[in-house]
Design a protein around this ligand. Structure first.
Ligand code: DC
Length: 231
């Protein structure tokens, strides 16, 4: 059967990774969470003290980029792929509010983007891939057969994120999360290099009032139509 490339972009906490994983599982495709890659580079910058509340030594981070190795590994066939930074599993660490608070400035650096886009490109050469992020349909795979742009209002997104972090036992307030979501929206859409935009030919899905099941059904049908060559 023909394999396609599926690009899923959109605002933070719109559930991109949930639907991307569902699609990849169903179709037997590879799933790549590119946000995890930007988060891992951010964690590296924090660990190496290039980045703090007070300053950001971009030069040193850029100089260190060749020493950053990123890899997705699966424990077994049924497990989700987890991200490894220089050989260490950092899947949990990169999801904390602490890292979330610093990731947007790191994602503005063109050298960081160039390195990560090159890795992403390589992962998709054989198609059969679902990749989610901010610039997948616009920069990484502009020729993707299916491009989805996901949106939902900020309060709905913050509520989802809040419930997720509470369930994990994180000590967070709803307001802090809403502010983080809004700040990231602004930075993601206004940065100079590869800002978050709805790519040409992308199909916009607002899931403020859509449940996960209905959303999956809609997007899966769009994928099936393209795999079968109906579109
Ligand atoms: O999807 P996420 O929230 O895990 O992404 C983390 C950050 O990385 C987000 O602020 C935007 C940035 N990002 C990006 O600039 N380009 C991508 N392809 C993916 C994420």
């Amino acid at each position: 059967m023909k394999k396609i490339t599926i690009a899923i972009d959109g605002f933070s906490s719109t559930g991109k990774s949930t639907v991307a994983k569902q699609l990849a599982d169903y179709l037997g495709y590879i799933y790549v969470d590119t946000g995890a890659m930007y988060r891992a580079v951010t964690l590296y910058a924090l660990q190496n003290k290039f980045l703090s509340e007070d300053e950001f030594d971009k030069k040193s981070l850029i100089k260190s980029l060749p020493t950053i190795e990123l890899e997705f590994r699966k424990e077994n066939d049924n497990a989700n792929a987890e991200i490894f930074l220089n050989g260490k599993n950092v899947e949990k660490e990169i999801r904390t509010m602490y890292v979330s608070g610093f990731v947007s400035p790191v994602a503005t650096i063109p050298e960081v983007r160039k390195k990560l886009v090159a890795i992403q490109h390589q992962m998709g050469v054989e198609k059969g891939i679902v990749m989610d992020g901010r610039d997948i349909g616009s920069v990484v795979f502009p020729n993707a057969e299916l491009k989805i742009f996901m949106n939902a209002n900020a309060e709905v997104r913050a509520t989802r994120r809040y419930e997720e972090l509470l369930a994990k036992g994180d000590n967070v307030t709803f307001l802090a999360i809403l502010e983080n979501v809004q700040k990231r929206d602004l930075m993601d859409t206004t940065r100079e290099d590869s800002p978050l935009v709805k790519a040409e030919n992308a199909i916009e899905i607002d899931n403020s009032e859509l449940n996960q099941e209905d959303q999956f059904t809609i997007i899966l049908q769009l994928a099936k139509d393209r795999i079968a060559g109906r579109v």
